[in-house]
Write a protein that binds this ligand. Structure first.
Ligand code: RIB
Ligand code: CA
Length: 311
């Protein structure tokens, strides 16, 4: 029996967050313990409802969802509805979940679960880092209670995607990002645009997913959440930012990393920028085996009609 990797996902569901949830649910090596939500791409009520709907659609009705931060630590909310649509799922219409959220809020759930299984859990953050910053505030031991932290965020040697300098998850809450990325976690891997923009779902795979019919709910999820991007925006591909962060937790050999300290700029025109700033232990990804990742992604989600791959 393989040792499964227990994961908590912290999400702002969103189109690529939904794909990341699908990857975590369908990867045999992953044990999705819980999902925490927060405001990011859209408001927290929407990201929470989307997360519940996606997990239920995938049959993962046993995975608890804990609602988290409704706004950044200290700044006005900034969303990404311009890309994810106001509903946060690119216009996809999924049945609303009939189940509720867990009793404790996102940050409290992260602290409770990590404290109950010290040294075992991997936390993958694919939205702003507000929940984690709050959790760190209430439990300073969290960095050593977690086995690993993987963050989708930042842009180190490429332009940002919100401003020329800043990537969205960092820009949405730079104060939280500065706290998290300057904390000494047991193992912290940062998966930024430098590598996530090397990984994208091609139109051909999207078209194949759309032709697989109702017997393949995961393929339908991919087809529906990406439809607006491919049809109305005419994109050639959709970046797989958040799924790559999940894959980095499950198959770290996909990435090439350099260890460094990371600085987050919090003021001025470069607000939200991330920089390598000298000696440190943050594992910043600068290379990715994009072909192997896309193959694992499509096979794990059974999008290519081929046999199941596994991370
Ligand atoms: O910059 C990409 C990140 O911002 C992804 O997590 C996407 O979901 C958005 O939140
Ligand atoms: Ca996200």
């Amino acid at each position: 029996m393989i040792d499964r990797i227990p994961l908590i996902l912290d999400v702002d569901t969103g189109i690529d967050d939904a794909l990341a949830l699908a990857l975590a649910v369908h990867t045999p090596a992953a044990e999705l313990i819980a999902v925490t939500t927060l405001a990011g791409n859209v408001g927290v009520e929407r990201t929470t409802a989307n997360t519940l709907a996606v997990l239920d659609w995938l049959g993962a009705t046993d995975v608890p969802v804990h609602r988290g931060a409704s706004r950044p630590l200290a700044r006005a909310p900034r969303d990404a509805a311009y890309f994810h649509d106001v509903d946060g799922l690119g216009g996809a219409k999924l049945p609303s979940s009939r189940r509720g959220v867990g009793a404790d809020r996102g940050p409290a759930a992260i602290v409770r679960l990590a404290s109950a299984r010290p040294g075992e859990l991997t936390l993958v953050c694919v939205g702003p880092l507000t929940n984690l910053a709050i959790a760190l505030n209430v439990e300073p031991a969290l960095p050593t209670l977690l086995r690993e932290l993987v963050v989708m965020g930042g842009a180190f040697n490429v332009p940002g995607n919100v401003t020329p300098h800043a990537e969205f998850n960092i820009f949405a809450d730079p104060d939280a990002a500065a706290q998290v990325l300057s904390t000494a976690f047991t193992r912290l891997t940062v998966v930024g645009l430098d590598v996530t923009q090397e990984t994208a779902l091609p139109r051909s795979v999207w078209e194949a997913a759309g032709s697989m019919g109702t017997a393949h709910p995961t393929a339908r999820l991919v087809a529906e959440v990406c439809r607006q991007a491919f049809v109305e925006r005419g994109l050639a591909s959709v970046y797989l930012h958040d799924p790559l962060a999940v894959a980095a937790a499950l198959a770290p050999s996909l990435l090439l990393v350099e260890e460094t300290a990371v600085e987050v700029l919090r003021e001025g025109t470069e607000e939200g920028a991330t920089r390598a700033s000298g000696a440190g232990s943050v594992r910043v990804a600068h290379g990715v085996d994009a072909e192997r990742f896309l193959q694992l992604f499509t096979e794990t989600l059974s999008l290519s009609g081929s046999t199941k791959g596994s991370l």
